[in-house]
Write a protein that binds this ligand. Structure first.
Ligand code: GDP
Ligand code: MG
Length: 192
């Protein structure tokens, strides 16, 4: 009888904290200059601080997705310094990852693959949401990575894919909403 009662109270506590109070940690990864800080600032609603080089920032915001509120804590700290401890920490702490490259920079696309592999190694048995983001889609004439290449890479690496333009605010909202949906999908399938 006692164990039944404690099992019940446990489930009440966990369902309460899971559905409403939890803050999801989202980590931005990617090479310098691809647009991580621009995307993070748009999410945080502070994009008027244009082109300020910051050491590292986090943005805490609730958004409503499919009629339900979700709290995201977005970390733009990957480039804070070239510190192994910080990078390891980043690889461990995220509930979801946004791997950004620039469609105008092939090397940043290759770096994104590397980061995906590192992440898989760090979180081997876990099924964490990852979104591959091709940013700067507005720079049509200097494009070096096609949409098809981006999409194919995401298929190989088993993650979601979206192209964005931080400059035009194109698809940025969809990106963060997509993250919330990915997190929810995995939670729901775990609970079944
Ligand atoms: P980070 O180093 O990854 O944080 O990249 P930043 O957000 O600092 O962006 C690097 C540069 O690219 C800045 O000059 C931004 O204004 C510019 N930038 C970022 N996103 C876009 C975009 O979608 N389109 C264009 N044309 N420029 C962008
Ligand atoms: Mg930055």
């Amino acid at each position: 009888r006692e164990s039944w009662a404690s099992a019940f109270s446990d489930s009440v506590i966990s369902s309460g904290s899971d559905s409403e109070d939890q803050v999801f940690k989202v980590i931005l990864l990617g090479e310098h200059g691809v647009g991580k800080s621009s995307l993070a600032r748009i999410f945080g609603g502070v994009e008027d601080l244009h082109d300020v080089e910051e050491a590292g920032n986090t943005y805490d915001r609730s958004i409503v997705v499919d009629g339900e509120e979700a709290s995201l804590l977005v970390f733009d700290i990957w480039e804070q310094d070239d510190n192994h401890w910080l990078h390891n920490q980043c690889m461990k702490m995220g509930d979801a990852y946004v791997i950004v490259y620039s469609v105008t920079d092939k090397a940043s696309f290759e770096k994104a693959s590397e980061l995906r592999i590192q992440l898989r190694r760090a979180r081997q048995s876990e099924d964490i949401p990852i979104i591959l983001v091709g940013n700067k889609s507005d720079l049509v004439r200097s494009r070096e990575v096609s949409v098809e290449e981006g999409r194919a890479c995401a298929v190989v690496f088993d993650c979601k894919f979206i192209e964005t333009s931080a400059s035009l605010h194109h698809n940025v909202k969809d990106l963060f909403e997509g993250i919330v949906r990915q997190i929810r999908l995995r939670k729901d399938s775990k609970e079944d």
